[in-house]
Design a protein around this ligand. Structure first.
Ligand code: ISC
Length: 403
């Protein structure tokens, strides 16, 4: 049943707080260039860990860690409730559409509605040891080791990443930060995902689509790499048409493009459209992007998104080229566990569409602190100091919302 209802009293906010207080896995998201905000809750407290096969699954939300070799470790939040909220700056007056609505007699739904009346915003108390942020000297050393390995011919590119830790401010409130991210980053996939059984919430505003398939069967992916500030030295926004790219970024981006084309070749798909590379804005940054699309109806390949998800993750935009030695280098040299950073996430079979993104420009909220993550592609032409500054810029995407 689909109804449109008008509710007051911050309905989305009270729903989010209630779902968290009851330990229900929940996701909120806003697709790039769209205005509506989606809210999904699963009544299964321990979400299933499965392989994402788009043709087989019902509506839900996928959330995968970086390390997921067979794809079987993806958390799947089955949609027991899915509402779409209108875009408004005043969420007292939000209007929403019930796309999947539980029966009013469902005990979980009754409990959720009851909890809405009393649930308080989740307060992130610090009650244990806090992970350590990556030290600059460690990161610089990792980058220099990577450059040596590249020069020795062991791989061509590796994406090295690091963390930054910020204490969560007392007035931090997820739904309002989510809304601020939506306003600040209209081209990003903005999300907040809570898996209470793991004691975590992840929030982010990623610019990178991994795979998507729309209701007409159009498959899409992109090669996104190469980074520079979107502002010049005087603080003026640079026009994308006037962006200049160095050899290093062009090569770094080409490696990602080549990888995507090699995956398409592997599955013998020749009928793909390529658009780009073009310069795109992602918050305070610019990247190079090439878009790929395939009409899966025309080539009679309905399972294309499933097959490509398997082949693409992790792409050379978050791992490296060739994939295996780059991944081994990351695991051996990065001094922390990426967990869900540079994994993937997004809605599956929601209104006949699936949109899976790479989990970038993201942070984990746990134990009173926000852990922010950023990485950058290292090639033979990298300079360790510049790569550190690039991660600083990427960390600003979310960092500026933490005070
Ligand atoms: C790995 C990240 O970004 C990737 C996506 C775009 C540009 C990138 C780069 O220029 O290095 C990265 O490959 C990150 O934001 O943590």
């Amino acid at each position: 049943m689909t109804t449109t209802t008008s509710k007051t009293n911050n309905y989305r906010q009270t729903l989010w707080n209630a779902a968290l207080s009851l330990g229900l896995p929940t996701a909120m998201w806003r697709l790039p260039k769209q205005h509506t905000k989606h809210f999904l809750t699963s009544f299964l407290k321990e979400p299933e860990q499965i392989k994402i096969e788009f043709e087989e699954l019902g509506p839900g939300f996928a959330f995968s860690p970086f390390i997921n070799p067979e794809g079987n470790d993806t958390y799947f939040l089955k949609a027991d409730l899915h509402y779409i909220f209108s875009d408004t700056t005043n969420y007292e007056n939000e209007v929403f559409q019930e796309v999947i609505s539980p029966s009013s007699l469902d005990p979980s739904f009754i409990e959720l509605q009851k909890a809405r009346l009393s649930a308080k915003p989740f307060f992130y108390t610090q009650n244990g040891a806090v992970e350590e942020a990556t030290k600059k000297e460690d990161f610089i050393e990792e980058v220099e080791t990577a450059i040596n390995e590249i020069e020795a011919g062991n791989f061509k590119k590796v994406v090295l990443s690091r963390t930054k830790i910020i204490t969560i401010p007392n007035d931090f409130e997820i739904v309002s930060v989510f809304d601020k991210l939506c306003n600040a980053y209209p081209n990003a996939f903005v999300s907040a995902v809570s898996i209470p059984s793991l004691g975590i919430v992840w929030m982010g505003a990623t610019p990178e689509t991994l795979v998507s398939q729309d209701a007409q069967g159009i498959f899409r992916t992109m090669a996104l790499a190469g980074t520079q500030s979107a502002y010049d030295a005087d603080g003026n926004l640079i026009k994308t048409s006037e962006a200049m790219w160095r050899q290093k970024e062009i090569e770094e981006h080409a490696l990602v493009s080549r990888y995507i084309v090699s995956c398409l070749k592997k599955i013998r798909v020749r009928e793909f459209e390529e658009e780009g590379p073009k310069t795109v804005i992602a918050g305070n940054l610019m990247h190079l992007r090439m878009d790929y699309s395939v009409d899966t109806v025309e080539i009679n390949f309905p399972e294309m998104a499933t097959v490509m998800l398997d082949l693409l993750h992790p792409t050379s935009a978050v791992c490296g080229m060739p994939k295996e030695p780059a991944k081994q280098f990351i695991l051996a040299n990065e001094k922390y566990n990426r967990e869900f950073y540079s994994g993937f996430l997004g809605p599956v079979n929601i209104q006949q569409e699936s949109h899976i993104f790479v989990n970038l420009r993201t942070m984990k909220l746990q134990n009173g602190v926000a852990t922010l993550y950023a990485g950058c592609g290292i090639t033979a032409d990298s300079s360790a100091e510049k790569e550190w500054l690039e991660t600083e810029m990427k960390l600003q995407t979310l960092g500026k919302f933490l005070g």
